[in-house]
Design a protein around this ligand. Structure first.
Ligand code: IVH
Length: 699
């Protein structure tokens, strides 16, 4: 279908002006659901079709093209330099305290009360607590609802015009979702890169031998300051609003900070859901403690939390001191980057034989834990960063991500630092574990051990992967135990696991009867599994959890998958030539087929009676769930897996499209949002009832 014919044939006689407007509204609605609410409403292909239709209409009638059209997110030529922008209202900073005890919040509350001359017996002040984002401050200027300019903070008075780059951020609305926009509304917030996007970007860069981003914050700042918007568009950025600048002509403007943020969210701006408002210092202390716990599982890095007086009238009364608001303060958490010394560079052997250089470090406390090892990813990365034994390096640990060496503090390199890193020379061409030859194929970033399952390191990793929570979920089969089982020659291939008996296990170090019995029980219950889990557990290179799910859904049975041709494999979503080849190679090896057969002979099985087409008839098909708080007996992963197994979908945030919010103890803002939107709220028992499982009456 040629693009200039599409709209005419699809809409014979339709008014293109009306259709363009309709398409823009619809694309904005779908984009907001996808990028801001994390709740896709239609398949990607449907979105793409509407997008192409709009592109074609605009190509045929260029006069219909407007700056706020979703087709204009990446537009414009590279700039020679950024234009300075004088801020209509200065972008000030905020007092930041590293005090992480409750005393900080109490002292802030006291300062506020003193300044407002409130006596001890007078009512508590209402505060708003929110996240301190770790990115780059940006001012978005909307005039009559259209984004007209985006600027960096600069020195607070004058920033730089980065409109072209900010337009590429999908979650930033190009038009506000309101029929009555203020004449001027400046929205302030932070541009950042989510951890998963940062990891994915760096992984791709590493695989292609290209430079990586140092950390998400630098990634965000560097992308926004790219003169070429096409490059900025390739960097996955996000935006979260936390405040505002100039406002003109906003009828019924809210009079509290939290209501302002609610209003911004209602206009389509991303506002993080982690925020609360309530009376006095206890509100702030509770939020600080909650976020300290949740910090690692947030999708992005934060610096700390920010406390603000909620009432805008009181904010005005409190005013500013030293260009910092008296009505706000930031409390930081311990840094996620620290410097330390490299004691050695070891090489670890992974599940697929991949050799990873790892820096052995002088212990350092980073992001709440003591770190002694940090990954260096691959040989090229070590060379690019020029990490040497004896160097002082910056180590970063954020979220659940493996700690990594970010950079070398070159001016601190001692005279007796080690030589430049050379993996092949260090290993003299042999795997450090099994002595097999090592190879680095052309176009590959990694060296590999060729020993396969002959290599004990690969065998151990394969077993640990098989037993991992998202694979066969065999509790109690940890690193120490696997080490003993493999080194003792007790487990050589996966099926050996199911041949373990109490007697054998009891001979092992530190293995009490109770843990041996528990392990045997865990092995027993792992025998009944699902096809996606089993496929994932096999540890086929390039087949992660999501691909395993797609493969299982597509082929329906293991036999069909094992016999699929390269072409048939490539018909599966997300399976390209490399993945297809890897699957084919795996099943072409007789010993792999034998492992599969033996596992099945040992009683590993799953239900194949639910083919793909039947999925639509599952009890929760088409229903969307949000989980919040702690459920009495079900873990979050377990609840998610049960819902998905019944055909339902679990998403991160509550919207009108959410069917159920499953709330447990200490449910937070998601519960409030559900109530606000009238979404049905159920507890664990309600969920079990939907799943057709009778709950324990006590839970
Ligand atoms: S309020 C007048 N709230 O921290 C007060 N700032 O020192 C304006 N930041 O670079 C700031 N998260 O971009 C505020 N929830 C939040 C924030 C936040 C991050 C950044 C801000 C600025 C710095 C202020």
């Amino acid at each position: 279908m040629s693009s200039d014919q599409a709209p005419r044939s699809a809409w014979p006689g339709a008014d293109p002006v009306a259709r363009v407007a309709e398409l823009r509204t619809e694309l904005a609605r779908l984009g907001h659901a996808y990028y801001v609410l994390d709740t896709p409403l239609v398949p990607d292909a449907d979105y793409d079709a509407l997008f192409r239709e709009l592109q074609a209409l605009e190509a045929a009638r260029p006069e219909l093209r407007t700056a706020d059209s979703p087709t204009q997110r990446v537009g414009g030529a590279p700039l020679p330099q950024f234009t300075p922008v004088r801020h209509a209202a200065p972008m000030l900073s905020i007092q930041t305290e590293t005090d992480t005890t409750p005393q900080g919040a109490i002292a802030f509350d006291q300062r506020v009360r003193n300044k407002l001359a409130l006596g001890a017996d007078e009512a508590p002040v209402t505060y708003n607590a929110e996240l301190k984002f770790d990115g780059l401050a940006i001012n978005l200027r909307y005039e009559h609802g259209t984004l007209v300019q985006a600027a960096t903070r600069g020195d607070g008075e004058t920033g730089e015009d980065v409109t072209q780059n900010v337009r590429t951020i999908r979650s930033v609305p190009l038009r506000l979702h309101t029929d009555h926009p203020p004449a001027v509304l400046e929205v302030r917030g932070e541009v950042l890169m989510k951890r998963a996007d940062f990891e994915r970007y760096n992984k791709r860069q590493r695989a292609n031998g290209l430079p990586t981003l140092v950390n998400p914050r630098n990634g965000a700042a560097g992308s926004i300051r790219q003169l070429d918007p096409a490059i900025a568009a390739q960097r996955p950025l996000a935006f979260y609003a936390y405040g505002w600048g100039e406002i003109v002509g906003w009828a019924h403007q809210p009079d509290t900070h939290h209501a302002m943020l609610d209003a911004l969210a209602a206009m389509g701006l991303p506002v993080a859901e982690q925020r609360v408002h309530g009376p006095g210092a206890p509100t702030l202390i509770a939020f600080h403690a909650r976020i300290a716990k949740e910090r690692d599982s947030l999708p992005f890095d934060i610096d700390g939390v920010v406390y603000k007086v909620d009432s805008l009238v009181l904010q005005a009364e409190l005013g500013f001191r030293n260009r910092e608001p008296v009505w706000a303060v930031a409390h930081k958490y311990p840094a996620q980057e620290r410097s330390t010394r490299v004691l050695a560079i070891d090489i670890q052997v992974g599940r697929t034989g991949k050799l990873t250089p790892v820096a052995k470090l002088e212990p350092v406390f980073v992001g709440g834990v003591t770190v002694t090892n940090a990954t260096l990813h691959n040989e090229d990365e070590v060379r690019r960063k020029d990490v040497r034994v004896g160097d002082t390096v910056v180590v970063r640990r954020a979220g659940d991500v493996i700690p990594e060496v970010v950079s070398v503090l070159i001016e601190q390199r001692p005279a007796d630092a080690g030589a430049a890193f050379d993996l092949d020379r260090q290993l003299c061409g042999h795997c450090p574990v099994c002595g097999s030859a090592i190879v680095r194929e052309a176009g590959e970033a990694d060296w590999r051990c060729t020993g396969g399952l002959f290599c004990a390191a690969q065998r151990k990793q394969a077993i640990l992967h098989y037993a991992s929570r998202r694979a066969m979920d065999i509790e109690g089969l940890g690193e120490k135990l696997v080490e003993q089982l493999v080194d003792g020659g007790i487990v050589n291939v996966l099926p050996d696991l199911y041949r373990l008996g109490l007697l054998k296990l009891a001979t092992l170090d530190r293995m009490a009867d109770k843990s041996a019995t528990n392990l045997l029980e865990a092995l027993q219950s792992s025998r009944f599994t699902t096809l996606p889990r089993f496929v994932y557990a096999l540890g086929i290179r390039h087949v992660g959890e999501a691909t395993a799910k797609e493969l299982a859904r597509h082929f329906g049975s293991l036999d069909a998958l094992m016999d699929a041709s390269l072409e048939q494999l490539q018909a599966v979503p997300d399976v390209g030539p490399v993945v297809a080849q890897s699957i084919r190679t795996f099943f072409d090896q007789p010993h792999n087929r034998e492992v599969v057969e033996q596992l099945c002979a040992c009683g590993v099985h799953w239900d194949e009676s639910v083919p793909a087409e039947a999925a639509a008839r599952k009890p929760l098909a088409g229903q969307t769930f949000v989980l919040t708080g702690t459920l009495p007996t079900m873990g979050r992963d377990e609840a998610k897996a049960s819902i998905e197994a019944a055909g339902g979908k679990v998403v991160g945030s509550v919207s009108k499209k959410t069917d159920y919010v499953v709330a447990g103890a200490e449910a937070g803002s998601k519960l409030a949002k559900a109530r606000e939107l009238g979404v049905q709220v159920i507890d664990q028992r309600g969920l079990l009832a939907l799943l057709g499982i009778k709950g324990d009456p006590d839970t």
